[in-house]
Ligand binder design. Sequence first.
Ligand code: GDP
Length: 330
Amino acid sequence: MPRAFITGITGQDGRHLAEFLHGRGYDVYGMVKGQNNPGIASLRDEVPYVETVPGDLADLPSLVAALELAQPDEVYNLGAISFVALSFNQAELTANITGLGVLRMLEAIRMIGGSQNNPIRFYQASSSEMFGKVRETPQNESTPFHPRSPYGCAKVFGHDIVVNYRESYDLFACSGILFNHEGPRRGIEFVTRKVTNAVARIKLGLQHELVLGNLDSKRDWGYAGDYVKAMWMMLQQDQPDDYVIATGETHSIEELVERSFAEVGIDDWRRYVRQDPKFFRPAEVDLLIGDASKAHDQLGWKPEVDFPELVSMMVQHDLEVEAAKAGIER
Ligand code: GDP
């Protein structure tokens, strides 16, 4: 059985990818940091077949030990400080984990290596946040980077070091430049889940307002379940390469809010929404829209869930979960 090792296993993508790889017959190892990691409970619940391995992206010897234990064929580096807003407050930590963590993982792979005929294949979770103040629209693999946050800067380092190690040491290392991808497993701090959860709670009478920041920025939002498949596809190619993964559509935060409220039959959404400066960012990424033609042509990848389906899936999920928590019959 092929073996996969995933960092960031407790996050949205980690759980989706574990599910996907398990379905394809992989033994899945997930790296878990710290004592009493709060993500472990839902991990055991949702993907009980994942074998957890201790390790931390800030600690190279722990990465080497984790790889020695897991003996993977494929390594997926999804671990990061992944929330842009937090990265402004904890910029050094973000640089260390989101940026230098990639370098440490690559070094650990160089040390462990895998066999000559079967070297370890590496996937790096790069991000559309690297495009930041976009130099061209839509963005593709050759669009220059102009990151707008410590998170974006750290991801640029991660991307560049993957390319550099591939060219320097002939590693099978791929960088997936994924645009925003969401779903019911998205953390509540991200705008999509914050909105769909609040809309569900407002509909159920559990909450009365939704407080947001900038409503004008636009994102190319896809479904996380579709995107983890692209990660795997990249590692099945003959040659390692970098790919943009996106839907090719963009929507504003305002459209997201309007559509989410419409899903529960509320048209006058402005009554419930307030803006607060504390949710605005020191520098914003105004517009993201990806051109995934290379992934379509070379990987045969395309997204299956569109924006209306994604919003509907998330709102319906949150209605169910919030009603159950509050003991409300529906
Ligand atoms: P990002 O694209 O990785 O930063 O993903 P987010 O979901 O955190 O943010 C997407 C966009 O939503 C950004 O342009 C934010 O400025 C905007 N936004 C507006 N209000 C909020 C809010 O209350 N929370 C978050 N997370 N984002 C918000």
